[in-house]
Write a protein that binds this ligand. Structure first.
Ligand code: NAD
Ligand code: KPL
Length: 305
């Protein structure tokens, strides 16, 4: 099997992974969105990785989805709402035993991707690393974190895990990846929408703890009902810990709204509400939160799904 890492999306996480893999001497190919992005990248000539102590450049070759080389391993580094259409466009290039590593936050996009590529192995990732584009193709590594990887259908770790340690990408194979994805989704549901609605940093939620607490109770009920009791354990305590530890930060959803970007609401709060409805579980605070967030996005002219 080819050892090339195809990476779709030269945004924040895609660039961060591409630079570190290229630095470790791994074969990397970027897949960019369109000819305009490819021309802009070729004019820049390289990706730039900005770390606290150094700034380095990597001339990673780039291509479009329409390229013909087969893909054996793909890191899908786009937003959740772009994931399934991106895979649909690449489907003719996927090798029979292709592996897809899905970096998307939230839940729902992983199943949408699997539908588009039923023969591929889909590995889900939950990442706490932080990165943002300081300029096109120049990524700032803003927060050390960790990556948990797992395949809900197959506990066998992939052969390329060593590539990650050689590239200094902190990662661990996790047989039970679903509880991690659910737990992160619950944290994001308890924190991110309220930061948008109260127009505040994560720490600003210390002034709304009763509201946070009510949401945590309902989210814990939902996790239990969805067969995720581990993810439900001490949820409220962890949410408070995260609020305190990230008090000065603005949530990713807050930043998206501030920058007038589409949010991942459909795969976070939307997913939680859809699951509750499927289980006929009434969660009035969560549903009200979803409606308030939809109204707020609509009022700003942003997509509300
Ligand atoms: P991003 O918006 O910075 O980058 C996504 C990139 O994918 C963009 O450059 C976009 O143009 C590209 N893209 C979309 N569709 C494409 C297509 N069909 N072909 C080629 N390129 C395409 O997003 P990000 O911040 O890197 O986030 C990716 C995922 O990781 C999200 O689900 C996010 O929630 C999650 N995440 C991000 C961070 C972070 O610090 N940035 C941390 C944890 C999780
Ligand atoms: O992951 C986050 C985000 O902003 O998306 C945290 C920091 C946990 C807040 O929900």
């Amino acid at each position: 099997m080819s050892s090339t890492w195809h990476i779709l999306g030269a945004g924040s996480l895609g660039s961060l992974w591409a630079c570190r893999l290229a630095r470790a001497g791994k074969a990397v190919r970027l897949i960019l969105r369109d000819q305009r992005a490819l021309d802009a990248y070729q004019a820049a000539g390289h990706l730039t990785l900005i770390e606290p102590d150094q700034c380095s450049h990597y001339a990673v070759p780039a291509q479009l989805a329409a390229h013909t080389a087969p893909i054996h391993r793909l890191l899908l580094a786009c937003k959740a709402y772009d994931a399934a259409p991106a895979i649909a466009a690449l489907a003719p290039r996927l090798a029979a035993n292709a592996e897809l590593i899905l970096l998307q936050n939230g839940l729902g996009s992983q199943d949408e991707v699997a539908e588009q590529a039923p023969a591929a192995r889909c590995i889900s990732a939950s990442s706490t690393e932080g990165a943002y584009l300081q300029a096109p193709f120049a990524v700032r590594f803003a927060g050390q974190g960790f990556n948990w990887l797992g395949d809900p259908l197959n506990p066998t770790p992939p052969a390329w895990l060593d590539d990650l340690s050689e590239a200094g990408i902190p990662a661990q194979w996790t047989v039970d990846i679903l509880p991690r994805l659910w737990r992160k989704l619950a944290l994001n549901c308890a924190i991110n929408p309220l930061t948008v609605l109260h127009d505040c940093s994560n720490g600003g939620l210390l002034g709304h703890l009763a509201e946070v607490e009510r949401l945590c109770e309902e989210l814990a009920q939902l996790l239990q009902r969805c067969g995720q009791p581990t993810a439900a354990q001490n949820l409220a305590d962890e949410v408070q810990r995260v609020i305190l530890a990230t008090a000065a930060n603005y949530s990713s959803m807050y930043q998206d709204v501030r920058a007038a970007r589409r949010t991942e609401i459909h795969y976070l709060l939307g997913h939680a509400c859809r699951c509750a409805a499927r289980h006929q579980l009434p969660l009035p605070h969560l549903e009200h939160l979803h409606q308030r967030l939809v109204d707020s996005l609509r009022a700003r002219g942003l997509p509300c799904d």
